[in-house]
Design a protein around this ligand. Structure first.
Ligand code: ZN
Length: 277
């Protein structure tokens, strides 16, 4: 078994063939945590989770959706919609037994709206993040945390009691330790399988160092599909079953068998997302 702890099977990238993609995931014995980014994608995540046994849902508001922002992610480009965290709306969604976490929420200082000051954006992102952390605590759910170019800023607002995962971790070991000290998990994606860039090998070396040092019982694996296809499928649309490539890479780095990494990451995901059965 495998658990893809972070993907977006409800996104438009799969609108014509999600059924076949999910079938491939079932064949590969892969459980999916499909993660919402705003109201509509959170509701869709719950709909998918209610329909398919191997799918669970995370509901919440991504920091890039707090202001209208132009977003370029690989081949997709869109204007994000402006939204506030509607506790009542998300509270209704959280009634589903298959909602296992709140997110993805956090701080993103990479995608900045052009007409707002950094202070204004950061203030709002922190405020909405804290709202969602409180909501998660109230509903006894862990957080799926998104951080981009904002490790220092997120650490300023993280409550030590927060349970959760820092998704798609690509920072250095020094910051990783701070999250681990808070009891958080680190999620690793297909980025771990990319070769180092000849012109700047440092980020990749740093990521492999983090994986090497990270205690095995704090590692989650994820795809972030439809983004970040692992090296073997680079350039293609990513699908959640490809998380097996991340398991392989971690096995290689930590000198374990792929089976051991599959087992331990399933155990870890179930320890954090206690509603996965
Ligand atoms: Zn994501």
């Amino acid at each position: 078994m495998l658990i893809d702890s972070h993907c977006h099977i409800q996104f438009n990238a799969y609108k014509d063939d999600y059924d076949e993609v999910i079938k491939r995931c079932i064949e590969k014995n892969t459980i999916l945590n499909t993660v919402g980014t705003q109201k509509e994608t959170s509701k869709k995540a719950v709909d998918f989770a209610e329909k398919y046994d191997n799918i669970y849902a995370t509901i919440g508001l991504h920091p890039i959706h707090l202001f209208p922002t132009h977003v370029d992610e690989e081949e997709s480009s869109f204007i994000s919609r402006e939204e506030d965290f509607d506790e009542e709306y998300y509270g209704e969604l959280a009634k589903s037994e298959k909602v296992i976490a709140v997110g993805e929420c956090g701080i993103d200082l990479f995608h900045l709206p052009k007409d707002k000051s950094l202070e204004e954006v950061l203030k709002k992102q922190k405020e909405i993040f804290i709202k969602q952390a409180d909501f998660a605590k109230k509903h006894n759910l862990p957080l799926v945390i998104h951080v981009r170019d904002a490790y220092k800023e997120i650490l300023e607002v993280l409550d030590p009691e927060t349970k959760g995962v820092v998704h798609c971790y690509t920072g250095n070991w020094q910051n990783a330790q701070k999250f681990l000290d808070l009891g958080l998990y680190l999620g690793f994606t297909g980025i771990a399988t990319f070769p180092a860039k000849k012109t700047s090998p440092k980020p990749q070396e740093q990521l492999l160092e983090v994986i090497k040092n990270c205690p095995l019982d704090r590692i989650l694996i994820e795809t972030d599909a439809p983004y970040l296809a692992p090296q073997k499928y680079r350039g293609e649309r990513c699908e959640p079953w490809m998380v097996e490539e991340v398991a392989k890479k971690i096995a290689e780095i930590k000198v374990l068998t792929e089976e051991e990494v599959r087992d331990v990451t399933v155990e870890n995901a179930k320890r954090l997302f206690t509603k996965i059965i």
